[in-house]
Design a binder for this molecule. Structure first.
Ligand code: ATP
Ligand code: ZN
Length: 584
């Protein structure tokens, strides 16, 4: 028996603890949040904890995935995590799976359905969406969590009762107008995007893949600016030719032709467009001749300087050096993608970005800092993972109460200095949600069942009007005017384990339904609709925001306020709306 029983009994009470001990839960992901969650779930005495992860352990995981050690590198995360907690003197039964959770053959819906609760500790959108759909099909509560640096959130999902993972749109990555990037940068990020997405890919990307800009792409009404930018692009194609011709030679001249065009002539051209510089400082073209003369004073040690900010001359030195390295490589590789861990590509982007920053009077950055931005690296913070995992686990207790919808709380990181997380009541599902506005269920069939049997079973079980349409794999396989398939077996129609059938009535009186196909268990060809629910009459077309209850809880719950200065409790009006950002 585990050693935590007495404490837990005092905290949770007899009834809740007994339920926890009987619960079988799935933990998806044994990374940063997953390791924390596994420990928490064990400390809570969950009866069975099944852990799935597709990955093996990397050196870079060790700083925060505390169940892993150096000797574990290259071993599967799930198996290693389960082994690591053996010494915890726990009572939970632990099962590990090394595999991809989205593999329907290995982990079909039936497999998901054995669990009382699913805990997500994932790092990507695709897997999160997949598990969300499985939770909807199986009507299984899902504790979704995610962190990004110091930000984090926990979102309990009660299928069809509360917002699902897909009810709120995922935040689109930040974008900038082309003219800001190309003509009037004002921040380091503008120069980094220019160096990485424009200059680098134009020069070292695949031949013929170069961006052909049209006036419409440029987001500016200024004719002179459009003309300048189009000319700049055409000339860049000429520079690409220089790189091709230079090939294996170590001649510096072609590099200075590139530098002169990009950091002198293009900027002089922009300066001639008066309208761009009415407000704000004018850029300064690079004095290539004089800076070139100073290059001899630069030591090659600069190439090893990761943390310091390179001077203008040092940046030019690294640009010349990395351009020569990349040009040599291009002769054989013919396409060099930017990779933050490829030193040649990183050096080029850091040097080019910083040189542009110097020309536009913008702060230059160290290679270390710039690598994080260019590589979209947000450092994972062990504490944030621990807090969010803890909240996810604590909140899961509310699933065992009589009315989880009112008891459960989401948790979001807060913008306030004296409070780390804020809670929020669950919102109702969005009627516009493509995932949960459809009722979802399980359809059990055999390869030899006919589509006619499927049709009859669905109409009978869900009391559909006779006129329905059935779509599988984006193909209409049945409707009133197209009944040829009724006599065919599902196997011959390509319907099998993991296929989703979308069913709707032709009069559009009811919301459509989605049925996940699993293998039938009974004798013969029987088709069984295994999930009970009633059809929902069609609602008025909804907007994306409709149904999302923004009336967040104004009072801070004790169990969610992890770091709170109680002497300075925020007034509800000060609190603002918790962020509803999904991370991928
Ligand atoms: N489809 C999937 N099936 C199973 N496990 C998955 C799937 N997708 C992602 N995972 C796992 O989810 C975990 C997420 O953990 P985490 O965010 O800490 O990522 P990481 O890869 O360990 O670290 P980082 O990305 O920060 O280097 C990873 O261990 C990853 O292997
Ligand atoms: Zn939804």
């Amino acid at each position: 028996m585990g050693g935590f029983d007495a404490h837990l009994r005092r905290i949770l009470g007899n009834e809740a603890l007994e339920k926890v001990k009987k619960s079988r839960v799935l933990l998806v992901g044994a990374g940063g949040i997953g390791c924390e969650l596994l420990k928490d779930l064990i400390l809570m005495n969950y009866g069975e904890i099944h852990v799935a992860d597709l990955d093996t352990i990397d050196l870079s995981n060790l700083n925060r995935q505390f169940l892993f050690r150096q000797k574990d590198i290259k071993k599967p995360k799930s198996l290693t995590a389960v082994k690591a907690v053996e010494s915890f003197n726990h009572a939970s039964k632990l099962v590990a799976y090394h595999g991809n959770i989205t593999d329907a053959n290995t982990y079909p819906l039936d497999w998901f359905c054995q669990f009382d609760t699913i805990f997500n500790a994932l790092d990507n959108l695709e897997a999160r969406v997949y598990v969300n759909r499985m939770a909807l099909f199986g009507n299984i509560p899902l504790m979704e969590s995610g962190t990004s640096g110091l930000n984090g959130q926990v979102r309990p999902i009660l299928p069809y009762q509360s917002e699902c993972f897909e009810c709120t749109p995922v935040e689109a990555p930040k974008t900038f107008p082309v003219c800001t990037i190309r003509s009037t940068p004002s921040k380091p990020i503008h120069c980094i995007i220019w160096a990485k997405n424009f200059l680098f890919s134009q020069l070292f990307g695949e031949d013929g893949e170069q961006e052909q800009l049209s006036a419409a792409d440029l987001d500016t009404e200024d004719d002179a600016e459009v003309e300048a930018l189009l000319k700049e692009s055409n000339e860049l194609l000429d520079l690409k030719r220089l790189i091709k011709e230079a090939g294996e030679t170590s001649n510096d001249e072609f590099v200075f032709s590139i530098v002169t065009k990009i950091f002198k002539e293009d900027i002089e051209r922009l300066l001639r467009i008066q309208s761009l510089w009415k407000s704000g400082a004018k850029p300064e073209p690079l004095d290539v001749d004089s800076t070139r003369l100073q290059l001899q004073d630069v030591s090659s040690d600069v190439l090893a300087n990761d943390q310091g900010v390179w001077t203008l001359i040092e940046s030019l030195y690294v640009l010349v050096d990395s351009t020569k390295r990349l040009t040599k490589r291009w002769a054989s590789e013919r396409n060099i993608p930017f990779d933050k861990d490829d030193k040649d590509t990183l050096d080029f982007v850091v040097a080019a970005s910083n040189l542009r920053s110097y020309c536009f009077h913008i702060e230059a950055l160290s290679r270390f800092k710039l690598k994080q931005i260019a590589g979209n690296i947000i450092p994972a913070v062990a504490t944030t993972n621990a807090i969010m995992a803890g909240l996810s686990c604590l909140q899961s207790i509310n699933l065992l109460t009589a009315n989880p919808f009112t008891q459960l709380r989401m948790a979001f990181d807060s913008n306030y200095p004296d409070r780390f997380v804020v809670p929020s009541s669950l919102s109702k599902p969005s009627p516009a949600c493509g995932a949960c506005s459809l009722r979802r269920g399980v359809l059990k069939l055999h390869p030899t069942s006919t589509l006619g049997q499927v049709h009859d079973a669905i109409v009978e079980k869900y009391k559909f009007p006779d006129d329905i349409s059935i779509i599988a794999k984006s193909r209409l396989i049945y409707d009133d005017d197209f009944d040829d398939n009724l006599v065919r077996t599902v196997e011959s129609l390509g319907i099998g384990l993991g296929t989703t059938l979308f069913v709707s009535d032709l009069d559009d009186d009811f919301e459509g339904i989605a049925l996940y196909v699993t293998n039938g268990t009974g004798e013969g060809n029987d088709v069984e609709c295994a999930t009970d629910f009633e059809l929902v009459p069609k609602r008025e077309p909804a907007t994306a925001d409709e149904g999302v209850d923004d009336d967040f809880e104004e009072i801070v719950d004790d169990d969610l306020t992890v770091i709170e200065d109680r002497k300075h409790t925020l007034d509800a009006s000060e609190e603002g709306t918790p962020k509803k950002v999904k991370r991928s």
